[in-house]
Ligand binder design. Structure first.
Ligand SMILES: [Zn+2]
Length: 329
Protein backbone atom coordinates (compact mmCIF):
# COMPACT_ATOMS: atom_id res chain seq x y z
CA UNK A 1 0.00 0.00 0.00
CA UNK A 2 1.25 3.47 -0.75
CA UNK A 3 0.63 6.55 1.37
CA UNK A 4 -2.54 7.53 -0.50
CA UNK A 5 -4.09 4.09 0.01
CA UNK A 6 -3.13 4.26 3.68
CA UNK A 7 -4.83 7.61 3.99
CA UNK A 8 -7.90 6.39 2.14
CA UNK A 9 -8.12 3.34 4.40
CA UNK A 10 -7.65 5.33 7.58
CA UNK A 11 -10.12 8.00 6.44
CA UNK A 12 -12.66 5.27 5.64
CA UNK A 13 -12.31 4.02 9.21
CA UNK A 14 -12.71 7.52 10.63
CA UNK A 15 -15.80 8.00 8.46
CA UNK A 16 -17.36 4.67 9.42
CA UNK A 17 -16.70 5.32 13.13
CA UNK A 18 -18.35 8.73 12.86
CA UNK A 19 -21.36 7.34 11.03
CA UNK A 20 -21.80 4.51 13.54
CA UNK A 21 -21.55 6.96 16.42
CA UNK A 22 -24.21 9.14 14.78
CA UNK A 23 -26.53 6.11 14.45
CA UNK A 24 -26.52 6.29 10.64
CA UNK A 25 -25.01 2.84 10.25
CA UNK A 26 -25.39 -0.30 12.34
CA UNK A 27 -23.12 -3.30 12.90
CA UNK A 28 -25.80 -5.88 13.66
CA UNK A 29 -29.17 -4.88 12.16
CA UNK A 30 -30.87 -8.03 13.50
CA UNK A 31 -30.73 -6.63 17.03
CA UNK A 32 -33.28 -3.94 16.12
CA UNK A 33 -36.48 -4.81 18.05
CA UNK A 34 -39.79 -5.29 16.21
CA UNK A 35 -38.41 -5.66 12.66
CA UNK A 36 -41.21 -6.14 10.15
CA UNK A 37 -40.88 -9.43 8.26
CA UNK A 38 -41.94 -10.04 5.62
CA UNK A 39 -42.77 -6.63 4.25
CA UNK A 40 -46.49 -6.33 3.41
CA UNK A 41 -47.19 -5.71 -0.29
CA UNK A 42 -48.69 -2.29 0.44
CA UNK A 43 -45.86 -1.16 2.76
CA UNK A 44 -44.99 2.48 2.29
CA UNK A 45 -41.37 3.51 2.73
CA UNK A 46 -40.61 6.72 4.60
CA UNK A 47 -36.82 6.88 4.84
CA UNK A 48 -33.60 4.91 4.92
CA UNK A 49 -32.37 5.35 8.48
CA UNK A 50 -29.18 3.27 8.53
CA UNK A 51 -26.99 1.16 6.31
CA UNK A 52 -25.11 -1.98 7.24
CA UNK A 53 -22.42 -4.26 5.93
CA UNK A 54 -22.41 -7.37 8.08
CA UNK A 55 -19.46 -8.80 6.17
CA UNK A 56 -17.24 -6.44 8.13
CA UNK A 57 -19.14 -6.73 11.43
CA UNK A 58 -21.01 -9.90 12.42
CA UNK A 59 -19.94 -11.90 9.35
CA UNK A 60 -23.53 -13.23 9.11
CA UNK A 61 -25.83 -12.65 6.17
CA UNK A 62 -29.27 -11.27 7.00
CA UNK A 63 -32.63 -11.89 5.38
CA UNK A 64 -34.23 -9.36 3.07
CA UNK A 65 -37.80 -8.55 4.04
CA UNK A 66 -38.77 -7.21 0.61
CA UNK A 67 -38.14 -9.70 -2.19
CA UNK A 68 -40.21 -12.83 -2.66
CA UNK A 69 -37.26 -15.21 -2.23
CA UNK A 70 -36.11 -13.31 0.91
CA UNK A 71 -32.54 -13.37 -0.23
CA UNK A 72 -29.73 -13.38 2.33
CA UNK A 73 -27.30 -10.51 2.01
CA UNK A 74 -24.44 -8.70 3.77
CA UNK A 75 -25.14 -5.17 2.62
CA UNK A 76 -28.41 -3.37 2.94
CA UNK A 77 -30.51 -0.75 4.68
CA UNK A 78 -32.68 -0.34 7.72
CA UNK A 79 -35.80 1.33 6.35
CA UNK A 80 -38.50 3.15 8.23
CA UNK A 81 -42.05 2.62 7.06
CA UNK A 82 -44.76 5.24 7.02
CA UNK A 83 -46.15 3.87 10.31
CA UNK A 84 -42.74 4.12 12.01
CA UNK A 85 -41.94 0.39 11.96
CA UNK A 86 -38.57 -0.79 10.64
CA UNK A 87 -37.46 -3.45 8.23
CA UNK A 88 -34.26 -4.72 6.55
CA UNK A 89 -33.87 -4.49 2.77
CA UNK A 90 -30.95 -5.88 0.78
CA UNK A 91 -28.85 -3.47 -1.24
CA UNK A 92 -30.11 -4.72 -4.61
CA UNK A 93 -33.78 -4.99 -3.69
CA UNK A 94 -34.86 -1.46 -2.87
CA UNK A 95 -34.87 -0.21 -6.44
CA UNK A 96 -36.74 -3.26 -7.72
CA UNK A 97 -39.49 -2.91 -5.13
CA UNK A 98 -39.92 0.79 -4.66
CA UNK A 99 -38.89 2.31 -7.98
CA UNK A 100 -35.48 3.58 -8.97
CA UNK A 101 -36.11 7.29 -8.51
CA UNK A 102 -37.65 7.19 -5.06
CA UNK A 103 -35.08 4.71 -3.73
CA UNK A 104 -32.19 6.77 -5.17
CA UNK A 105 -33.55 9.90 -3.54
CA UNK A 106 -33.84 8.22 -0.13
CA UNK A 107 -30.37 6.74 -0.51
CA UNK A 108 -28.94 10.16 -1.38
CA UNK A 109 -30.54 11.69 1.73
CA UNK A 110 -28.95 9.02 3.94
CA UNK A 111 -25.58 9.62 2.24
CA UNK A 112 -25.95 13.31 2.91
CA UNK A 113 -26.62 12.76 6.63
CA UNK A 114 -23.63 10.42 6.78
CA UNK A 115 -21.43 13.01 5.07
CA UNK A 116 -22.52 15.56 7.64
CA UNK A 117 -21.70 13.19 10.50
CA UNK A 118 -18.27 12.66 9.00
CA UNK A 119 -17.90 16.40 8.54
CA UNK A 120 -18.75 17.02 12.17
CA UNK A 121 -16.39 14.30 13.36
CA UNK A 122 -13.43 15.05 11.15
CA UNK A 123 -13.53 18.36 9.41
CA UNK A 124 -15.02 20.58 12.08
CA UNK A 125 -12.36 19.63 14.68
CA UNK A 126 -9.66 20.04 12.03
CA UNK A 127 -10.91 23.54 11.20
CA UNK A 128 -10.99 24.38 14.90
CA UNK A 129 -7.38 23.19 15.26
CA UNK A 130 -6.37 25.30 12.27
CA UNK A 131 -7.89 28.36 13.98
CA UNK A 132 -5.89 27.61 17.15
CA UNK A 133 -2.67 26.69 15.38
CA UNK A 134 -2.41 29.54 12.89
CA UNK A 135 -1.75 32.41 15.35
CA UNK A 136 0.71 30.24 17.27
CA UNK A 137 2.61 29.65 14.07
CA UNK A 138 2.64 33.36 13.27
CA UNK A 139 3.90 34.20 16.79
CA UNK A 140 6.57 31.54 16.49
CA UNK A 141 7.71 32.95 13.16
CA UNK A 142 7.97 36.40 14.68
CA UNK A 143 9.96 35.04 17.63
CA UNK A 144 12.47 33.32 15.38
CA UNK A 145 14.49 36.52 15.14
CA UNK A 146 15.16 36.38 18.87
CA UNK A 147 16.68 32.91 18.58
CA UNK A 148 18.90 33.36 15.57
CA UNK A 149 22.24 34.80 16.52
CA UNK A 150 23.81 34.32 13.12
CA UNK A 151 22.51 37.41 11.26
CA UNK A 152 23.63 39.57 14.18
CA UNK A 153 27.15 38.14 14.27
CA UNK A 154 27.42 38.23 10.51
CA UNK A 155 26.72 41.94 10.59
CA UNK A 156 28.68 43.04 13.63
CA UNK A 157 31.49 40.48 14.01
CA UNK A 158 31.90 39.05 10.51
CA UNK A 159 35.32 37.42 11.06
CA UNK A 160 34.20 35.76 14.26
CA UNK A 161 31.05 34.57 12.47
CA UNK A 162 33.11 33.16 9.60
CA UNK A 163 35.24 31.19 12.05
CA UNK A 164 32.14 29.59 13.59
CA UNK A 165 30.60 28.85 10.18
CA UNK A 166 33.82 27.12 9.08
CA UNK A 167 33.80 24.95 12.21
CA UNK A 168 30.15 24.03 11.67
CA UNK A 169 30.50 23.38 7.97
CA UNK A 170 33.85 21.65 7.81
CA UNK A 171 34.38 20.14 11.23
CA UNK A 172 30.97 19.17 12.68
CA UNK A 173 31.13 22.17 14.97
CA UNK A 174 34.49 21.35 16.53
CA UNK A 175 36.46 24.49 17.16
CA UNK A 176 39.94 23.30 16.36
CA UNK A 177 43.14 25.01 15.41
CA UNK A 178 45.88 23.02 13.78
CA UNK A 179 49.49 23.68 14.44
CA UNK A 180 51.89 22.21 11.88
CA UNK A 181 55.51 21.52 12.62
CA UNK A 182 58.35 19.52 11.17
CA UNK A 183 60.17 17.02 13.30
CA UNK A 184 63.46 15.34 12.49
CA UNK A 185 63.11 11.61 12.29
CA UNK A 186 65.81 8.95 12.38
CA UNK A 187 65.31 6.34 9.66
CA UNK A 188 66.36 2.69 10.13
CA UNK A 189 69.47 3.13 7.96
CA UNK A 190 70.67 5.99 10.11
CA UNK A 191 69.69 8.84 7.78
CA UNK A 192 67.58 11.72 9.01
CA UNK A 193 64.43 12.98 7.38
CA UNK A 194 61.80 15.60 8.09
CA UNK A 195 58.27 14.57 8.99
CA UNK A 196 55.28 16.92 9.17
CA UNK A 197 53.27 16.72 12.37
CA UNK A 198 49.88 18.24 13.02
CA UNK A 199 48.85 19.24 16.49
CA UNK A 200 45.15 19.81 17.14
CA UNK A 201 44.26 22.47 19.65
CA UNK A 202 40.63 22.09 20.79
CA UNK A 203 38.54 25.06 21.88
CA UNK A 204 35.21 23.35 22.33
CA UNK A 205 32.28 22.48 20.08
CA UNK A 206 29.24 24.31 18.72
CA UNK A 207 26.41 22.23 20.27
CA UNK A 208 24.12 22.21 17.21
CA UNK A 209 26.22 22.99 14.11
CA UNK A 210 23.44 22.16 11.65
CA UNK A 211 21.09 24.63 13.33
CA UNK A 212 23.79 27.31 13.11
CA UNK A 213 24.08 26.78 9.35
CA UNK A 214 20.41 26.25 8.60
CA UNK A 215 18.78 29.22 6.88
CA UNK A 216 15.44 27.54 6.23
CA UNK A 217 13.64 28.23 9.50
CA UNK A 218 11.49 31.14 8.33
CA UNK A 219 10.77 29.42 5.04
CA UNK A 220 9.63 26.25 6.77
CA UNK A 221 7.30 28.22 9.03
CA UNK A 222 5.91 30.20 6.09
CA UNK A 223 5.33 26.99 4.14
CA UNK A 224 3.55 25.48 7.14
CA UNK A 225 1.30 28.57 7.46
CA UNK A 226 0.50 28.25 3.78
CA UNK A 227 -0.36 24.57 4.27
CA UNK A 228 -2.82 25.56 7.01
CA UNK A 229 -4.37 28.23 4.81
CA UNK A 230 -4.80 25.96 1.79
CA UNK A 231 -6.14 23.07 3.90
CA UNK A 232 -8.65 25.42 5.51
CA UNK A 233 -9.91 26.62 2.13
CA UNK A 234 -10.20 23.07 0.84
CA UNK A 235 -12.12 21.97 3.94
CA UNK A 236 -14.45 24.96 3.84
CA UNK A 237 -15.24 24.59 0.14
CA UNK A 238 -17.78 21.76 0.39
CA UNK A 239 -15.06 19.13 0.04
CA UNK A 240 -15.32 15.97 -2.02
CA UNK A 241 -13.09 12.94 -1.55
CA UNK A 242 -10.32 14.39 -3.71
CA UNK A 243 -10.12 17.77 -2.03
CA UNK A 244 -10.36 16.14 1.41
CA UNK A 245 -7.40 13.98 0.54
CA UNK A 246 -5.51 17.03 -0.72
CA UNK A 247 -6.31 18.92 2.48
CA UNK A 248 -5.06 16.20 4.80
CA UNK A 249 -1.98 15.70 2.63
CA UNK A 250 -1.21 19.40 3.04
CA UNK A 251 -1.58 19.08 6.78
CA UNK A 252 0.79 16.11 6.88
CA UNK A 253 3.40 18.04 4.85
CA UNK A 254 3.00 21.01 7.17
CA UNK A 255 3.51 18.85 10.22
CA UNK A 256 6.81 17.64 8.81
CA UNK A 257 7.85 21.27 8.21
CA UNK A 258 7.08 22.41 11.74
CA UNK A 259 8.77 19.32 13.19
CA UNK A 260 11.89 20.28 11.22
CA UNK A 261 11.51 23.90 12.33
CA UNK A 262 11.18 22.84 15.98
CA UNK A 263 14.36 20.79 15.61
CA UNK A 264 16.21 23.84 14.25
CA UNK A 265 14.85 25.98 17.10
CA UNK A 266 15.95 23.46 19.70
CA UNK A 267 19.41 23.67 18.09
CA UNK A 268 19.36 27.50 18.26
CA UNK A 269 18.49 27.30 21.93
CA UNK A 270 21.36 24.96 22.68
CA UNK A 271 23.70 27.17 20.70
CA UNK A 272 22.59 30.26 22.59
CA UNK A 273 22.90 28.66 26.00
CA UNK A 274 26.24 26.92 25.78
CA UNK A 275 29.53 27.67 27.47
CA UNK A 276 31.17 27.05 24.12
CA UNK A 277 31.11 30.80 23.39
CA UNK A 278 34.04 31.24 25.79
CA UNK A 279 36.04 28.68 23.79
CA UNK A 280 35.11 30.38 20.53
CA UNK A 281 36.32 33.71 21.96
CA UNK A 282 39.64 32.18 23.00
CA UNK A 283 40.09 30.56 19.60
CA UNK A 284 39.38 33.81 17.78
CA UNK A 285 41.76 35.69 20.04
CA UNK A 286 44.53 33.15 19.38
CA UNK A 287 43.86 33.02 15.68
CA UNK A 288 43.09 36.59 14.74
CA UNK A 289 45.15 38.41 17.34
CA UNK A 290 42.15 40.53 18.23
CA UNK A 291 40.67 39.93 21.63
CA UNK A 292 37.07 38.85 21.99
CA UNK A 293 35.69 38.09 25.43
CA UNK A 294 32.29 37.07 26.68
CA UNK A 295 31.09 39.19 29.52
CA UNK A 296 27.80 37.83 30.82
CA UNK A 297 25.82 37.63 27.58
CA UNK A 298 27.83 40.30 25.80
CA UNK A 299 30.63 39.64 23.35
CA UNK A 300 33.29 42.34 23.45
CA UNK A 301 35.75 42.88 20.64
CA UNK A 302 38.61 45.14 21.62
CA UNK A 303 40.13 46.55 18.50
CA UNK A 304 40.70 50.23 17.66
CA UNK A 305 37.39 50.71 19.30
CA UNK A 306 35.20 48.35 21.27
CA UNK A 307 32.44 46.42 19.54
CA UNK A 308 29.70 44.91 21.63
CA UNK A 309 27.22 42.22 20.69
CA UNK A 310 24.63 41.07 23.13
CA UNK A 311 23.74 37.41 22.60
CA UNK A 312 19.96 36.94 22.55
CA UNK A 313 18.46 35.30 25.60
CA UNK A 314 17.16 31.87 24.87
CA UNK A 315 13.45 31.70 24.29
CA UNK A 316 11.44 29.16 26.19
CA UNK A 317 10.23 26.37 23.90
CA UNK A 318 6.56 27.07 24.52
CA UNK A 319 5.81 28.42 21.05
CA UNK A 320 6.92 25.44 19.06
CA UNK A 321 5.60 23.01 21.62
CA UNK A 322 2.24 24.77 21.37
CA UNK A 323 2.31 24.69 17.57
CA UNK A 324 3.20 21.00 17.51
CA UNK A 325 0.44 20.22 19.99
CA UNK A 326 -2.18 22.26 18.13
CA UNK A 327 -1.29 21.06 14.65
CA UNK A 328 -4.36 19.40 13.08
CA UNK A 329 -3.75 15.72 12.27
ZN1 LIG B 1 -34.53 -8.69 -1.32
Amino acid sequence: MNGTDDLEASEAIVRQTAILAAGLSIDDPETIPGLVYPLPADAELATLVQDYDTQRSTGRKVRCSACSQHQFHYRGFVVELADGARALIGINCGEAHFGEGEWKGMHARLRQKQDMAYFEARIAPTLRQIEICYPTLVAWREAVGRLEVRPLLQRVLPDFHRMIVAACRENEGHLHRYRYRRVVEQAANGTERLRKEVETIPYGTVPAPLAYLDGSLRKKLSDASEDLRVAKNLLLGDPDAISLKAAFKRLRNGLKEIEDAAEICRGHRRNLAGQWWHGACRMFTDEAGEQITLNGRTLLLKSYSTTKVRLPDEEPPKLWNAALAAWPR
